[in-house]
Write a protein that binds this ligand. Structure first.
Ligand code: 25A
Ligand code: L14
Length: 347
């Protein structure tokens, strides 16, 4: 069997660590694994799958002889080093937003559009976490009935903002009495002009605003969803909110489908037939997806499926997934699995 030399850039981060876990857990056919991060972490030894790995500083030369390089160290690192990796013959699977909307870069959720991998030029983008779980859950719906419109509000976990944001939530959570005055430096984002406590709060800003009043995270959901479905005619709009949840993004999603006369029960069965989807939808038993119980799970969970009383083609759904797994690390490793046995890249 063909084996691969693999590198992980950002291996000490929230996502990078999970990429390593998934490669080992799923027995990816690697020949070697090289862990890369900033000079701060160089020399650090980490243990995974009963083995020890030493972190090296990521440099252009790190990619000599690498076949597949996973990137999860932020957009600016990808902009600098991903082209260096590609130049040296690696296929890059990039977790940042740096290249996602480039026309010659496939943006892939394997269950939805694995065929987009056919024409890759060495760079493949892993979509935004909130977008991946929504696209995976809505793909069977789009295939069966056609999607006209998607309106989504997200309830996003702090782990999406990185390891330091998790630590900030943890420390603020013990400070109930001073909750409106707790010191904050990580959210809405580390680089923002003003920061707000996340414990005991909800912050309706993820990433920066544009002149239309939408945030970048909201635009990612709008533009990436259309690209993954390969259909610019689907209307998409989004509001993205950060909650004091450690891991697991939740989404309240309203859809209008093209077909009339579909019942909630039919829609439930259609979604349950999708790959990597678990429907948890039994109101009588209080059975519905929650982020606390989606942590460390590979699947996307869907519940609260119900029909809009006033619109013949409208439905509500509640979609939850582990943002570090299906939203990032797992999806990246699934992309790599799709590359196994394929001919080398085209150019
Ligand atoms: O631009 P984007 O795409 O929006 O991405 C922004 C951030 O989102 C996360 C990721 O944070 C990224 O930084 N992210 C990316 N894709 C994601 C996805 N799909 C995603 N989150 C969710 N879903 P992160 O915390 O997960 O990972 C950061 C990793 O990047 C490494 N890194 C940073 N600069 C680098 C670099 N790697 C190579 N070259 C560089 N120049 C970083 O490694 C981490 O692995 P590290 O060695 O810098 O940090 C590891 C340890 O160092 C401590 N630390 C952090 N900052 C400082 C520090 N120590 C001292 N001083 C500091 N300033 C940390 O405690 C950590 O343990
Ligand atoms: O575009 O902060 O992949 O929850 C992933 C983490 C965007 C922000 C991306 C978060 C980032 C998101």
């Amino acid at each position: 069997m063909q084996t691969y030399n693999v590198a992980i850039v950002g291996a000490t981060g929230a996502v990078g660590a999970k990429i390593l876990d998934k490669l080992l857990e799923r027995s990816f056919p690697y020949r070697s694994i090289r862990l890369l991060a900033s000079s701060r972490s160089s020399g650090t030894v980490i243990q995974a799958g009963g083995r020890l790995f030493t972190i090296e500083e990521a440099k252009p030369e790190s990619f000599k002889d690498i076949d597949i390089a996973f990137f999860s160290a932020g957009g600016s690192i990808s902009e600098k080093l991903a082209p260096e990796a590609v130049k040296r013959g690696a296929v890059v699977i990039d977790n940042t937003s740096a290249f996602r909307m480039d026309a010659d870069v496939p943006l892939v959720v394997p269950e939805v559009n694995a065929d987009a991998l056919e024409n890759h030029k060495g760079l493949i983008a892993n979509p935004n976490c909130s977008t991946i779980q929504m696209a995976a859950a809505l793909h069977p719906v789009n295939k069966a009935y056609g999607l006209d419109r998607i309106l989504v509000s997200t309830y996003q976990a702090v782990s999406g903002a990185g390891s330091d944001a998790i630590l900030e939530l943890k420390s603020q959570s013990g400070q109930f009495d001073s909750r409106a005055r707790n010191s904050a430096s990580q959210l809405p984002s580390a680089g923002a002009k003003r920061h707000y406590p996340i414990a005991f709060n909800a912050i309706p800003q993820i990433d920066v605003f544009d002149e239309k009043g939408y945030t970048k995270e909201e635009w990612k959901m709008i533009n990436e969803t259309k690209k993954i479905f390969g259909d610019n005619s689907i209307s998409v709009s989004a509001t993205c909110v950060r909650l004091p949840v450690v891991t697991g993004h939740s989404e309240s999603v309203y859809i209008e489908i093209q077909e009339e006369g579909v019942t909630a029960e039919e829609l439930r069965r259609t979604i349950a037939g999708g790959q990597g989807i678990t429907v948890q939808d039994d109101p009588e038993k209080q059975h519905y997806p929650m982020p606390l119980f989606a942590e460390n799970e590979d699947n996307v969970f869907v519940g609260r499926i119900r029909k809009d009383p006033d619109h013949p083609r409208g439905f509500h759904l509640w979609i939850v997934a582990d943002n570090l797994l299906k939203g990032a690390a797992l999806n990246s490793v699934q992309i790599a699995e799709k590359l196994i046995g394929r001919p080398p890249r085209l150019s």
